[in-house]
Write a protein that binds this ligand. Sequence first.
Ligand code: NI
Length: 137
Amino acid sequence: MPEVTVTRRLTFNAAHRVHNPALSEAENDALFGKCNNPNWHGHNYVLEVSVTGEVSEKTGYVMDLGALKRLVNEQVVDRMDHRNLNVEVDFMRGIIPTTENIVVACWRVLEPAIRPARLTRLRLWETENNHVEYEGH
Ligand code: NI
């Protein structure tokens, strides 16, 4: 059977502060600039979730994208949407909320939850110009 990758796009918005508490204020400012604003700032994030598998003879699907949407909402999006990533999201606790770290944290929650389907890529957009990808390596 042919293997196909299917992708669902979801959006959320969240506040954060990119800050490393182990560094001085001056170092944080030099490294993170306005992203280090102590009074937070927000982004409209876009998360693309890709699942790879064989096309089912019965359904013609790799995975029902409606079911994938519900699962991703429940596992990560609803837990981050309209939240502060530094203080309110349990799976982000103690993690500097850069886009890189958010995508890895989302993977750790989603990958086991999506099984037996196979999560093969997460792409997280923080702005129209910046995005990161993670394939679980
Ligand atoms: Ni930011």
